[in-house]
Every structure is written in structure tokens, then in C-alpha cells.
Design a protein around this ligand. Sequence first.
Ligand code: SAH
Length: 221
Amino acid sequence: MGRTPDFAAERKRMVDRLLASGYIRDPRVRDAFLAVPREAFIRPEDRDDAYADVPLPIGRGQTISAPSMIAIMLEEARLRPGERVLEIGTGSGYHAALLGRIVGPENVVTIERLPDVAEWGRSNLAHVGLASVTVVVGDGSLGYPERAPYACIMATAGAPRIPDAWPAQLAPGGRIVAPVGATRHGQVLVVATLGPDGTLRIREGTPCAFVPLVGEDAWPE
Ligand code: SAH
């Protein structure tokens, strides 16, 4: 204790490292990481690690991903301003905040199954001026048809397979970026693109370890 961290300087250093290691390539992704204060989305006791490249606990057994993992996902999504995005698994709201900085906060819907976690994420987003990100409570394994179609559906919890609802709620050319795996705690990052003929082109990327996606078309409770 006693140290007052210079979060802005730490944030800049984190982004420099993510650029140097090649995790960030898109200037829009870079600017989003520079704009969002990660310390506002983590528990006070973890603030010394706010800009370490590690996942952090956010309570209820859930975690906020390491910045490099989030960077990989945001790069894979190839998002442009104005595109509508559905995030599955609001958690702290940090990932949704980055999405909001890239596509515009009014274009982001994020869905969380645990009401108290959703409320915490919503208040974190409001504190950093992103109250126009829509936070809904519900089961993201069913997507969120009310605001479909989406240019991108991005999951931050691990699914046993891609739920049927997700491709059904994509716009033409839309992308799914999601950890998918045969066990509850190990996945590979899947990037799926909806082709003009309505079929999904699926590419498997980096191994990863997200908390499980729990829902009707996902893992049981
Ligand atoms: N993106 C978050 C981290 C998410 S951790 C962040 O930036 O902090 C994964 C979250 O997914 C947890 O909060 C968990 O409760 C939620 N989750 C799990 N299954 C879900 C489902 N079916 N629908 C919505 N949220 C779900």
C-alpha cells in the first residue's frame, strides 16, 4: 500500500507491449485499449495488477481475460465503427467497453446470466462514460434476437459448441468469435464467418481457458 499507481502511464506501457508483441495491429484496437481504464473494472484489491497481462478474478468464480487474449479476439473480429456487436458474458464490462470504443457504445449489446454481475458491469460502464452500452440479463447461449442481426457475436465464456442461435442472428458476412471446447475449462478460439450461401466457415485458432458458458444451449449449471 502507500503507492499511488500512475494508471495512465501503466496503460500506455501495456499497449506498447501488446503492439510490440504483435497482439495489437489495428489502430482502432490500439486506441480502444488506450481509452478504457482497466482499473475501473477490477476489484480494488487487484488494482496493482490492473495492467499486468494476466486474467483477474471478478467474483462469483468469474474472470476478466488477460489483455493479450482480449486483443486477439478484437483483432479477429475485424470490427468497424457502426457495426452492431453482441457480447456474451458481460462480467466486469471491460471487454464491452473496448467494443464500445471501437464500434460506438450504442452499437454494443452485452448479455450476462448473473443479475448481480450484470448490474456491476453496467455501473462500471456508466462510470467510464459508456452508459449507452446495452447490458441485458439473460442466457446468451440463445443469443439476443431483440437486437439482431449482428455483425459480430463475441463470447467471453467457453461453449461446448457454437449454439444454433448465434449464426441465425448474424448479418451476412457476420463473424462469431468464441472459445469452444469439449471440456468446461479448456477451449480453442473459434472464428466463424457467415458466407453468402448461409454456411459458416470455421477457423480454429489459439488454445485458451475461459470460464464455462452456462445455459440452455451450452453447459448445464
Ligand atoms: N467479458 C467479461 C469477462 C467475462 S467472464 C469482462 O470483460 O470482464 C464470463 C462471464 O460470462 C461471467 O460473468 C458469466 O456469468 C457469464 N456467462 C456464463 N454463461 C453465460 C450465458 N449463457 N449467458 C450470459 N452470460 C454468461
